[in-house]
Each structure stands twice: as structure tokens, then as C-alpha cells.
Design a protein around this ligand. Structure first.
Ligand code: SAH
Length: 230
């Protein structure tokens, strides 16, 4: 099964973008996933190819028209859930990324301007997904980031060694620090334990580091992690 991503955007030239290089790009070339970036404007019907209009009730900016966007969604072959990149959405998590990667694909709507008409979200059952508590000028960079996270989890994309379960968030903890040669750099040494060859002690050290970092930097994750542990 090939994971199929369908993107609806006013700027299809932003794709595959960063997903066309390195790991994701190679996987795209190898047919491990596929990408179909479609221009919402192709569904516009008037001679000016209008896709937006003024917000009802007044206010700044423009809103993507429901009829045009819905027509674009209906015209696009797609599988899996329909997502809308949106600062109001559920914050993207590794768990959600894993769920998507286990499925057949997804449709991603990229907003622009002030956003899209609420009725499309309702009638086309769009799941709003946020990259974080900040405002981008469009959904495209958010869609690229989401797909980057999904694609690296697809079977065959990463080597076994790289896809370790020790990564940040996989068990609710942040990752431990990494080191590599030289052994001493600018007076700083690689922690002795990592050079000891004692795999059990190393695993214990890594776990302790992960717990300490999470407790210190992310009290929100730490609170969620604690009940599982005991
Ligand atoms: N007026 C909106 C912001 C619109 S930004 C508000 O105040 O909530 C334009 C588009 O960028 C959005 O429609 C969305 O698709 C995208 N976008 C902006 N910030 C985002 C974020 N944090 N996560 C995901 N998408 C985002």
C-alpha cells in the first residue's frame, strides 16, 4: 500500500518542496508514497478565477469561498481523513502522526488569508490540525512539516537503526543528549559511561537523562508520563 497525500493549495508550486529531497524525496522517487498537489484556483468559475471574498460581518482580510473550496475537495481523488491546517486545530502530536502513517493517506487543505468559510469545515468534515501556537501566513509550510513527520515513519523509508523507539515523544519523554567523536572537544568530554561498553548501564543512563530533561523542560509531558510509570 502506498501512502497517498492529496494537497489543496493556492500555491501548488510549494510542493514537493522540502519533501522532494533527502529521505522523503528518495521515498517519493521510489514510490513509497505519492503526492498530488492541486490548485484550488482551478475550481474557480468566474473569469477572474476568484477564490476569496470579504468576511461576512466585516473585519480585515479575505476568506476562502466555501463553494470554490468544496468543489476543489470534491474534484480531488483522495483517501483517508480530510485535514485542514489551522492554528485553531488540535496540536499535532507524534501519536497523531503515527496514526496517519498507519493509514492509506490523507487530504490536506492549506488555508490562506484570514482562513476558510466555516461551513466547508462542517460539511466536508475537515479535521483542523495545528502546528503550534503561532500564526503562519499559509497552511503550506504546516502541511510540509506534517507530511515530513508522517513519511519518515512509512515502511521502508528509514533504516531500522534510525527508526528506534528511543526518539522524543515515542514513550512520552524527550530524547537524551547525543555525542560523537572527538572524545574531547573544546575541553568537554563525552560522558564516561557512554564509552564504558556496559550496555545495561548505558541504557539506564539514557533513560535517566530522558526523565531529567522532560521533567525540567516539559512539565506538561512529565505530568502525563508519571501515572504510566507507577
Ligand atoms: N485568521 C487566522 C489565521 C490565518 S493564517 C486565525 O487567526 O486563526 C492563514 C492560514 O495559515 C490558515 O488558514 C492555516 O491554513 C495556516 N496556518 C496558520 N498558522 C497555522 C498553524 N499554527 N498551524 C497550522 N496551520 C496554520
Amino acid at each position: 500500500m502506498t501512502f497517498t497525500a492529496t494537497i489543496l493549495t493556492l500555491f501548488p508550486e510549494m510542493f514537493p518542496g522540502s519533501l522532494g529531497i533527502s529521505l522523503a524525496g528518495k521515498a517519493l522517487n521510489d514510490g513509497l508514497w505519492s503526492l498530488d498537489a492541486r490548485d484550488i484556483r482551478a475550481s474557480a468559475t468566474d473569469k477572474h478565477r476568484t477564490v476569496d471574498d470579504h468576511p461576512a460581518g466585516g473585519g480585515a482580510g479575505m476568506v476562502l469561498k466555501p463553494d470554490i473550496l468544496a468543489a476543489a475537495i470534491d474534484a480531488a481523488p483522495h483517501v483517508g481523513p480530510r485535514l485542514l491546517m489551522s492554528p485553531r486545530g488540535i496540536p499535532l502530536t507524534q501519536a497523531f502522526v503515527r496514526e496517519l502513517a498507519a493509514g492509506p493517506g490523507c487530504l490536506i487543505v492549506c488555508g490562506r488569508f484570514e482562513g476558510i468559510d466555516e461551513r466547508v469545515i462542517e460539511n466536508r468534515k475537515l479535521i483542523e490540525v495545528s502546528l503550534g501556537d503561532f500564526v503562519l501566513s499559509g497552511g503550506e509550510p504546516a502541511a510540509l512539516a506534517l507530511l515530513d513527520a508522517v513519511v519518515r515513519l512509512l515502511p521502508g523509508v528509514m533504516g531500522k537503526a534510525e527508526s528506534g523507539v528511543e526518539e522524543s515523544f515515542e514513550d512520552g519523554l524527550l530524547e537524551h543528549p547525543h555525542y560523537t567523536k572527538p572524545r574531547i572537544w573544546e575541553g568537554l568530554e563525552i560522558p564516561q559511561i557512554l564509552l564504558s561498553g556496559d550496555h545495561k548501564a548505558i541504557a539506564k543512563w539514557k533513560h535517566e537523562q530522558r526523565e531529567a530533561l522532560t521533567k525540567q523542560r516539559r512539565p506538561d509531558l512529565w505530568r502525563k508520563y508519571l501515572p504510566d510509570k507507577n
